[in-house]
Design a protein around this ligand. Structure first.
Ligand SMILES: [Fe+2]
Length: 386
């Protein structure tokens, strides 16, 4: 089978990477961000760079967490009115996803009006301010349709950012809770990509490096975010994790975490972190699950070896990996169970069937290396709740 591995995004990184914004050609810009970025001055380096080059720009700062279709359409109205050739997205996954959706809808609208000829895609520059989503290099965007209470997952290569600027100066003020949740999201991306049946030598190399960087820097960044080295390395880990899953797939962990987060309004990374030990137990055929697959166990064992588990059988190594993940969660104050995360028993029980159906229908779930049945998802949620 012929295969292709290409990276569409130009990745600009290193200390003070934001200075490389000067090397990107652009004529007119809308900066897509949220109000807190403006308030705390994080937009200033970009504004200064554009002012220095006399590039006209406007700011759209109405992005909120879980960006809604309404916000994207409001941004689109500004795009239509101002006619920029470039969008710069500054923020976490929400700002980057919003700008991606604007690029997507803009191109669809042009196609409707002009047909297929003369379409002009806006240049998209993504500047992440958390180390977590990897959205700066992926073709995915998730928009919320609040009127109909549903998520709109968009997937199209036209949304892959043209440039990603990885400047860890933007992550200096992240609170420890966000570092913990988003860091465990990175680890989940890399691990799901590593065991993905769609993985290749290239995607696994990126996932592996991402895992090594998380191993060496996440807890250190959590305990002291003032150290540049740890923030820089976690920014690289996040981007590498994004590249790895973009070129393979995510899996059941993300399918169940998306559903959990949507039902109980828990942070995405936190949901992944809580579920991760339980998902590995399922995929490895532990805890009474009869899904043992030596190839999958071997891949988890290879990850375990990165954490120092060199002795014993592959099963022994995977048990070690699970205990390491539990230790990471504990050290960073992440709850061990869904109940400890504050979901009361009555509410959980009453929403369990909806939780399970949503997880099974999630776009990430089919990417899991082990096929999953409804009773498996019920059991995993119940194990993770207790
Ligand atoms: Fe994620």
């Amino acid at each position: 089978m012929n295969q292709l591995f290409d990276i569409k995004t130009n990745i600009l990184f290193g200390q003070d990477a934001i200075e490389q914004l000067d090397t990107i050609g652009m004529k007119k810009v809308i900066l897509v961000t949220d109000a807190s970025m403006v308030k705390f001055g994080l937009t200033r380096p970009i504004e200064k760079a554009l002012e220095k080059r006399k590039i006209p720009f406007q700011i759209f700062d109405k992005v909120l967490p879980d960006p809604s279709l309404d916000i994207v359409l409001e941004g689109m109205a500004q795009v239509i009115d101002y006619k920029p050739d470039t969008l710069i997205a500054l923020g976490g996954g929400s700002s980057i996803d919003s700008a991606k959706a604007m690029v997507y809808f803009d191109l669809k609208m042009q196609a409707k009006i002009l047909g297929d000829g003369n379409l002009q895609k806006k240049t998209l520059i993504a500047i992440p301010t958390t180390s977590g989503t990897g959205s700066e290099v992926t073709c995915y965007s998730v928009i919320t349709d609040r009127k109909n209470n549903r998520k709109i997952p968009l997937m199209d290569t036209i949304m892959v950012p043209d440039y990603a600027i990885l400047d860890a100066g933007f992550t200096k003020t992240l609170p420890p809770k966000v570092i913990a949740d988003s860091g465990m999201d990175v680890l989940t991306h890399a691990m799901e990509a590593y065991v993905s049946p769609k993985g290749t030598a290239f995607s696994r190399a990126m996932a592996r490096e991402s895992i090594i960087l998380v191993r060496d820097h996440l807890k250190k960044m959590f305990h002291d975010a003032s150290v540049d080295l740890h923030r820089e390395k976690m920014h690289l880990a996040s981007c590498l994790g994004g590249l790895a899953f973009e070129k393979s797939s995510l899996g059941l962990n993300h399918g169940m975490a998306h559903s959990l987060g949507a039902h109980f309004h828990l942070a995405h990374g936190r949901c992944n972190a809580i579920l991760l030990p339980y998902i590995i137990k399922f995929n490895a055929g532990f805890s009474g699950f009869a899904t043992e697959d030596p190839e999958v166990i071997r891949k988890y064992a290879e990850i375990a070896e990165l954490f120092g588990y060199m002795d014993g059988s592959d099963q022994d190594k995977v048990r070690g990996l699970i205990s390491t993940i539990e230790q990471y969660n504990e050290e960073m104050g992440i709850p061990k169970t869904i109940s400890q995360a504050g979901v009361d028993k009555e509410t959980f029980r009453s929403q369990l069937s909806s939780l399970v159906v949503t997880a099974l229908n999630d776009g990430c779930t089919p990417g899991n290396p082990v096929k999953v049945k409804m009773e498996d998802v019920i059991k995993i949620y119940l194990n993770a709740y207790a």
